[in-house]
Design a protein around this ligand. Structure first.
Ligand SMILES: [Cu+2]
Length: 127
């Protein structure tokens, strides 16, 4: 088996250098580094959003959405027509979005007239 071969290599390396031994536990690098994945926390209140960052890199963004308010809210990215599931008061949801192009992405809560009360903002996506 491949893993037992690697373990044998680790034991051999351990005799030489502790750093080399530690390196053995790092998975073998894949041919290509995957696209950027960024995690962003989105807190929702009446009536505003608080994002953990204002700017992300092109790639996949996993929005971890926490409703800190007293009403149900959601989180949508208008340009991409992506909207999270509704999060009840005190609830949590996730929205996974892939940004392929840099730019400014308007986000909003699509519940009722919340956007008119201030539940919107702009996320900058950079190369
Ligand atoms: Cu809302």
């Amino acid at each position: 088996m491949r893993s037992s071969f690697r373990n044998a290599a680790c034991r051999a390396a351990a005799g030489l250098c502790l750093v080399a031994a530690a390196a053995c536990f790092v998975p073998a690098p894949t041919a290509d580094a995957g696209p950027t994945v960024t995690r962003v926390t989105v807190k929702m209140y009446e009536y505003r959003f608080a994002l953990s960052v204002q700017k992300v890199r092109v790639g996949t963004v996993i929005f971890s959405i926490v409703n800190k308010g007293q009403l149900a809210h959601d989180f949508g990215i208008q340009k991409l027509q992506k909207v999270s599931p509704l999060a009840q008061a005190g609830g949590h949801t996730v929205l996974r979005v892939t940004f392929r192009k840099p730019g400014t992405y308007y986000y909003l809560c699509t519940v009722g007239a919340h956007v008119q009360y201030g539940m919107f903002g702009n996320l900058r996506v950079t190369k």
